[in-house]
Design a binder for this molecule. Sequence first.
Ligand SMILES: Nc1ncnc2c1ncn2[C@@H]1O[C@H](COP(=O)(O)OP(=O)(O)OP(=O)(O)O)[C@@H](O)[C@H]1O
Length: 320
Amino acid sequence: MIATESLSKRFPRVTALDRLSVDIGAGVTGLVGANGAGKSTLIKILLGLSPATEGRAEVLGLDVATKGAAIRERVGYMPEHDCLPPDVSATEFVVHMARMSGLPPTAARERTADTLRHVGLYEERYRPIGGYSTGMKQRVKLAQALVHDPQLVFLDEPTNGLDPVGRDEMLGLIRRVHTDFGISVLVTSHLLGELERTCDHVVVIDGGKLLRSSSTTDFTQTTTTLAIEVTDSDGHPDGTRAVREELHARGVDTHAEAGGLPGAGHILLLTAEGDATYDLVRDVVADLGLGLVRMEQRRHHISEVFSSDEQRKEAVGHGG
Ligand SMILES: Nc1ncnc2c1ncn2[C@@H]1O[C@H](COP(=O)(O)OP(=O)(O)OP(=O)(O)O)[C@@H](O)[C@H]1O
């Protein structure tokens, strides 16, 4: 769907993109980076709206340097900032955008009704946009990006300014843009956690450079940390402690899982060193006459990709 090769964009004082080479396939892809990482700059280059300083890029097989208009016919774009006229209704605005992208009047009206229904704005479609909440405005922006039935949409920080419920609704809508309409999505966010749930693939950029590009499942692959939880018994009223002491006596150290959740202290974490560790835990629990409630490998979170760098860590959770 998208391919860039050593793509750079230099402004007089800052290099926004630095020799970025990445391939993005069909599906829902997250583009993650702290504020200023170069996400919006990349989208503008991919739409043919801003020339690259160096390197090349293709979208749907079309060169961004020469085929910008053809790309914009096939690609929808939801910009980051508020760009909606307050005194027209969602219907008027989205019909206008549909007409701008070449749809005849009847088709424009029909597609507008369909997309406004999809984004959950059907009831309010004749009200002026000026009276809409932030979440409703974001959904109008999403509708205008979808109205001409593009093959691909670029969504720039679609969850910006939304409360947690609004974020979840928007992420659900984005997922359905792909599952219901078969439209591929490139969605940017500075919040790593939300892309973990929504995207098939995640591209991480920092300072205009590619940090990582892989499927979401690779990001969340298993770690070597083993979590175990055991029952108590009459002989061992604190089964967790008994297991901990017995494992220690056999040369394996554990620590209790920290966290405010009830029962978190009953989960022991240890480093697994192959099947031998599993066998040892099973034997210890059996020898003590306890029940094994769980024994599982922990998984990574996407946010751990950033955990080595304080500056990036700060970006997690900030508005952009
Ligand atoms: N027109 C411009 N002129 C000069 N510098 C620019 C211009 N556009 C972007 N930049 C700079 O390029 C860098 C990347 O900006 P960009 O907007 O692409 O980041 P971003 O990842 O989208 O972050 P945000 O979510 O905050 O917009 C920033 O340092 C920004 O200040």
